[in-house]
Design a protein around this ligand. Structure first.
Ligand code: LMR
Length: 329
């Protein structure tokens, strides 16, 4: 039918939709761990809709949210094995592969999404995203979620001292772990799918996350206190399997690549909106007592966490620090 439309000079052919001419039939899987009303899922959904429409349904994109296909501990190896073609993990979950993925955990480095995006779209960021090539994994584009905030069950946290003696769940090790030990607290890395139960059962006292993740997984139901901190971030990148990516013919890859661009655009837009909405919803629900720090209190945390920068400079690199500081203005 596309040849017929093209011959008729239809709008569709003229706009380059081409009805999937030369496009391979395939099913692509996208697996992630968060809920559906999140920037990551909305980005994935936009990507799916674009690719399916542009390929005239020849390419089908299946999205598996909520760790329903693979959780934190399985998604990477299944991408390497090409059992899934796209994942978009929190970058701090890759610190074991390359310590430069600690950048989103550097305390108070970025004030907002825009600064983080500027870093990951820049030369150093792109280099870091490319660093998994030896595993046959290609980092395509950064997708933000947002700044993280502290929740816990013991007490309102207003100063570094209040964190002492508590135990927090982290997404990954290294900088996040060091950050808590710097404050005299303990930490444990726990998969996202097990976090609600871990908080509910007191395996850990608290955790740090974006408003969107806290609200969509109802962590506020099992956490008495939340401090708005914005000290670290959840940032993702969309990763694909290199063999899969390079194995597509040009017509197919063109559509998939444009789909990734569309998903990136939507994920970046939705991150801001969904986090704002989530914060309002958490307030409305009233399950958790919220502390908003004064600029002086934030400064106390900033000072207390300053030693982290020296501790990791060698591992992460002075050049990476410099690029991040430049991006953050
Ligand atoms: C978490 O594990 O808390 C987050 O990294 C989950 C996610 O993908 O946003």
């Amino acid at each position: 039918s596309s040849a017929f439309l093209a011959a008729c000079g239809s709008d569709e052919a003229a706009s380059g939709g081409a009805g999937g001419d030369g496009v391979e039939e395939m099913t692509i899987k996208f697996s992630h761990v968060v809920a559906e009303n999140t920037p990551k899922h909305q980005g994935a959904l936009a990507m799916k809709e674009y690719i399916e429409a542009e390929s005239d349904g020849k390419i089908e994109v299946e999205i598996y949210p909520n760790s329903s296909l693979f959780g934190d501990q399985e998604e990477y190896q299944n991408l390497v094995a090409n059992n899934v073609q796209f994942i978009a993990p929190d970058l701090t979950k890759f610190v074991g592969n390359n310590p430069q993925f600690n950048v989103p955990a550097l305390p108070f480095m970025f004030d907002n999404d825009e600064e983080a995006i500027a870093f990951w779209d820049g030369e150093k960021g792109t280099e870091i995203l490319s660093s998994l090539e030896a595993d046959g994994v290609l980092g395509l584009k950064m997708w933000p979620n947002g700044g993280k905030h502290l929740t816990n069950n013991e007490r309102p946290i207003e100063s570094p001292d209040d964190v002492k003696g508590l135990k927090f769940r982290t997404q990954g090790g290294q900088v996040l772990e060091a950050l808590y030990s710097e404050l005299g607290a303990g930490s444990e890395s726990i998969p996202f799918s097990e976090l609600y139960t871990a908080l509910d059962q007191g395996v850990v006292d608290g955790q740090e996350n974006t408003f969107s993740n806290i609200e969509s997984k109802k962590f506020d139901e099992v956490q008495k206190y939340m401090t708005v901190m914005n000290h670290t971030r959840v940032d993702y990148a969309i990763f694909t399997n290199t063999e899969f990516w390079e194995g597509m013919n040009d017509a197919t890859r063109e559509i998939v690549e444009a789909g990734v661009e569309e998903g990136t655009k939507v994920a970046r837009e939705e991150a801001i909106t969904l986090n704002q909405e989530a914060y309002d919803l958490i307030k409305e629900r009233g399950e958790t007592e919220i502390t908003e720090l004064t600029p002086e209190q934030v400064e106390e945390f900033r000072k207390a966490l300053e030693p982290i920068y020296d501790e990791f400079e060698e591992e992460i690199g002075a050049d990476v620090y410099e690029a991040a500081r430049k991006a953050s203005g």
